[in-house]
Design a protein around this ligand. Structure first.
Ligand code: ATP
Ligand code: ZN
Length: 318
């Protein structure tokens, strides 16, 4: 009898052990097979710093990627590829990278397939047509039969074609703004932000072709497991953007002003109101949008708000 029980326990133990071992190997296999997403960002240029910053703000630590082609994120299933911006749409289109961060100007010039997923709000500029300062501009027909130098022949060609204008488009890859000055072209289509480069080259901006910002692009045929990682990343990006576009505000107000103050503060739901130690006064907490900031502050002061504190928000999850 005693022996029987021992034998029984032994088999139970053996089965449990076998189960644990197979479970261990199963988990290990799952770990090594875990899907990772590849993101392409600009190696060095106007978008590189901001792209890295955005990933950092999303809580993603990149294992020292300086001077490397690819670097893994240590705490998120993401590998970062550092490339020239012009190559990013093509790499995303053919699946070498799954997603990428690049200017819309480059996406529309280089790719038909890559899907624009989300606007990132930095790298803002415009692709504009510019002509010599002393020329008189009428309308788009000005460009009929003119020689235009640009690094964006696709976008420019489409733009002119839609407006029934035929021009002689010359693709040049750098220093487009000097083309009219050296007699290479009558006009240019180039990226502008302040317009100072145009001005110092004797040119004036006459027509905006495209307003551009950095965007997140994705391969249109991402497999489900990669899409899941992208959704997670996008969730974090949106939380970061909301946080930078909003501020946390605290103020003191006499109780008789509370109704008016509540109406001024939209907040996420309604403002938090707590009584102060001093009778007849309350502390009001809320969240306000950056673009309405000064307008809201002025109205709060007029309504009797005092001791207004404004605090940056690190992340905002709704
Ligand atoms: P790469 O070596 O990666 O090819 P690049 O010289 O082509 O770099 P950058 O000058 O770094 O590119 O610009 C990258 C992107 O920054 C542009 O494609 C555009 O979307 C954006 N950008 C924002 N402002 C400007 C601006 N004033 N001039 C040019 N690009 C701008
Ligand atoms: Zn480039």
């Amino acid at each position: 009898m005693y022996l029987e029980i021992e034998k029984h326990n032994f088999y139970q133990l053996k089965t449990a052990y076998q189960f644990a071992v197979s479970r261990f190997f199963y988990v290990q296999k799952q770990k090594t097979m875990q899907q990772r997403l590849k993101i392409a960002i600009q190696k060095s240029g106007r978008l590189s710093e901001k792209s890295r910053e955005l990933l950092t703000e999303c809580g993603i630590n990149i294992k020292n990627g300086k001077n490397k082609l690819i670097a893994p994120a240590v705490n998120f299933p993401l590998d970062i590829l550092f490339l020239r911006d012009d190559d990013i749409p093509q790499y995303v289109e053919d699946g070498t990278a799954d997603i990428g961060i690049v200017g819309e100007n480059v996406v529309y010039e280089e790719s038909k397939e890559a899907k624009v997923v989300w606007g990132l709000g930095f790298g803002k500029c415009r692709l504009s047509l510019a002509i010599p300062k002393n020329e008189t501009f009428t309308d788009i027909t000005y460009f009929q039969d003119k020689k235009i130098a640009t690094s964006y022949p696709q976008i420019l060609g489409d733009y002119l074609q839609k407006r029934g204008v035929t021009a002689d488009i010359h693709k040049i890859s750098g220093s487009v703004e000097i083309a009219p000055g050296i007699g290479l072209a009558d006009a240019i289509a180039d990226l502008v932000s302040s317009g100072s480069t145009l001005f110092s080259n004797g040119l004036k901006e006459v027509e905006v072709i495209l307003k551009s910002q950095a965007v997140l692009i994705a391969n249109p045929k991402l497999e489900a497991s990669k899409q899941q990682i992208l959704d997670k990343l996008l969730f974090r990006i949106k939380a970061v953007q909301k946080a930078t576009n909003n501020k946390y505000i605290l103020l003191n107000a006499p109780n008789e002003s509370l109704e008016e103050i509540k109406a001024i503060l939209p907040g996420m739901k309604s403002p938090t109101i707590m009584p102060l130690a001093e009778a007849g006064w309350s502390s009001v907490h809320s969240v306000i949008a950056e673009d309405k900031f000064w307008e809201v502050i002025d109205r709060l002061r007029e309504a009797g708000g005092q001791g207004i504190l404004v605090i940056p928000i690190e992340k905002m999850i709704l």
